[in-house]
Ligand binder design. Structure first.
Ligand SMILES: Nc1ncnc2c1ncn2[C@@H]1O[C@H](COP(=O)(O)OP(=O)(O)OP(=O)(O)O)[C@@H](O)[C@H]1O
Ligand SMILES: [Mg+2]
Length: 249
């Protein structure tokens, strides 16, 4: 286990549709350290989801290497890959991907079922997680009885179920209004402050502004990688920053 949670080396992804080959990503070199909060940006078709699918072990690079937590994922068998996915990665999707007609609680329990956590421990942790995301009174609600922002919070609780070191979110605010989007990004910020590594795909500069590093793609190539000072979120933080500023020259 190194400090590098994600390391891509000359990673190429080509989609072979049978008739034509489509370049998804071209020679991407990228390192993300444990605890970083990163935004992935770029126009439609630039390769953002392709990147997330590789990072999430849902797809394999055509060429090059992907090391996740020091493990070369190219050498893993399909069942080993799904174990890695279950233990090391929490996914959050634009369309929430919750199981309908299944309570918030059961949705959050599901990844723990796959990880063979016993019923009692599962339920207790799912309740703690739902409380953590502000849904302590909504355990028994079905997804269709929740607002978009609440559904996404259930999805985040589910992503956290097995305490994965890496959280991947592909346009998590894409289906949400501005207020819910801000709430979701504040939740990711908190998780990041507690030590989680969070990678978020977004089209919106306002959403990327919450993160500490912005990586941009164009035509399947990584074209920029810059540090970002996250926007101020709380009054307390604003005061702290003012104080720090007054010490500066
Ligand atoms: N399953 C696939 N088969 C063939 N080509 C694909 C496939 N998935 C993606 N592509 C192609 O790979 C390129 C990158 O697509 P990708 O989905 O990664 O873009 P994106 O940046 O996520 O776009 P969006 O913002 O619209 O979600 C595009 O040219 C796309 O057409
Ligand atoms: Mg996409």
């Amino acid at each position: 286990m190194g400090e590098d949670l994600i390391k891509l080396v000359d990673m190429v992804k080509v989609y072979d549709t049978g008739t034509i080959k489509v370049l998804g990503l071209h020679r991407v070199n990228l390192t993300i350290k444990r605890g970083e909060f990163v935004a992935i940006m770029g126009q439609s078709g630039s390769g953002k989801s392709t990147l997330m699918n590789v990072l999430g072990c849902l797809d394999r690079p055509t060429m090059g290497h992907y090391y996740l937590d020091g493990i070369d994922t190219a050498n893993l068998e399909p069942d080993e890959l799904s174990t890695v996915r279950n233990r090391k990665i929490g996914f959050v999707f634009q369309s929430f991907n919750l199981i309908s007609r299944t309570s918030a609680l059961k949705n959050v329990e599901l990844p723990m079922t796959y990880a063979h956590v016993n019923q009692k421990a599962r339920e207790q942790r799912a309740k703690e997680l739902l409380e953590r995301v502000g849904l302590g009174t909504r355990y028994e609600h079905m997804p269709n009885e929740l607002s978009g922002g609440q559904r996404q919070r259930v999805a985040i609780a589910r992503a956290l179920a097995n305490q994965p070191p890496l959280i991947l979110a592909d346009e998590p605010t894409g289906n949400l209004d501005t207020a819910s989007s801000v709430e979701i990004m504040e939740l990711f910020s908190q998780l990041h402050k507690e030590g989680a590594t969070v990678v978020v795909v977004t089209h919106e500069e306002d959403i990327a502004a919450f993160t500490e590093r912005i990586i941009r793609f164009r035509d399947g190539k990584l074209v920029s990688d810059t540090k970002n000072k996250p926007q101020i979120q709380t009054e307390e933080e604003a005061v702290t920053m003012q104080k720090e500023g007054s010490h500066a020259d």
